[in-house]
Design a binder for this molecule. Structure first.
Ligand SMILES: C[S@@+](CC[C@H](N)C(=O)[O-])C[C@H]1O[C@@H](n2cnc3c(N)ncnc32)[C@H](O)[C@@H]1O
Length: 171
């Protein structure tokens, strides 16, 4: 039996699962640079105890920064099992489990109605698919901030093409 072939095959399947599956479901993992994380969090005006959602939370950088800097509560949703497990480890290690929850799964299938702020760094076609859900589920006071990609139906607060930071409200 060709063990090298089997190991290579399994490796390819595992890599495909962790890269292609998130891509098919919404976006690949491309982390936002920390400088831009800080910039986005500072312009969205987060209040203490507000609930921040990161749709596709990657390695957890937005949710951890939001909770630490603004004393907010955060919910990260992640479809990549490795990143989900990483985030669970991270919030445990940092002692943030009371204020941060990580949900494994597809954000299209989860209820977002308690969000005060929704953070997105996805793809344009994913934003296009997502915005009816945001309009339907989010409360009137909620804000949405998107890295690099626009929403076309949400009322605009500020679209800054230089920074690629786009801010919206719901009503
Ligand atoms: C471009 S990365 C952004 C990561 C993080 N928000 C950041 O800005 O650093 C997109 C993330 O969304 C996740 N993702 C893509 N589609 C998803 C879906 N339908 N449900 C949950 N997570 C998803 C990917 O696994 C990836 O970690």
């Amino acid at each position: 039996m060709n063990y090298i072939g089997i190991i290579l095959g399994i490796t390819v399947i595992i890599i495909a699962y962790f890269t292609l599956w998130p891509l098919i479901k919404g976006a690949p993992w491309v982390p936002t640079r920390m400088k831009k994380v800080r910039q986005m969090l500072s312009v969205i005006d987060i209040q203490s105890d507000e609930i921040i959602y990161d749709l596709g939370c990657g390695d957890g950088r937005f949710i951890v920064s939001a909770v630490r800097k603004f004393n907010a509560k955060a919910i990260g949703i992640e479809i990549n099992l490795l990143l989900y497990l990483w985030c669970q480890l991270l919030i445990t290690f940092l002692g943030l489990r009371r204020r941060v929850k990580i949900r494994y799964g597809n954000f299209f299938k989860l209820d977002l109605s308690d969000a005060d702020v929704v953070i997105c760094y996805l793809l344009q076609e994913t934003n296009d698919k997502l915005e009816d859900k945001l309009l339907k589920e989010l409360k009137p006071t909620a804000r949405v901030i998107s890295n690099s990609f626009l929403f076309n139906k949400l009322p605009v607060v500020n679209e800054d093409e230089d920074t690629g930071i786009y801010i919206y409200r719901v009503r």
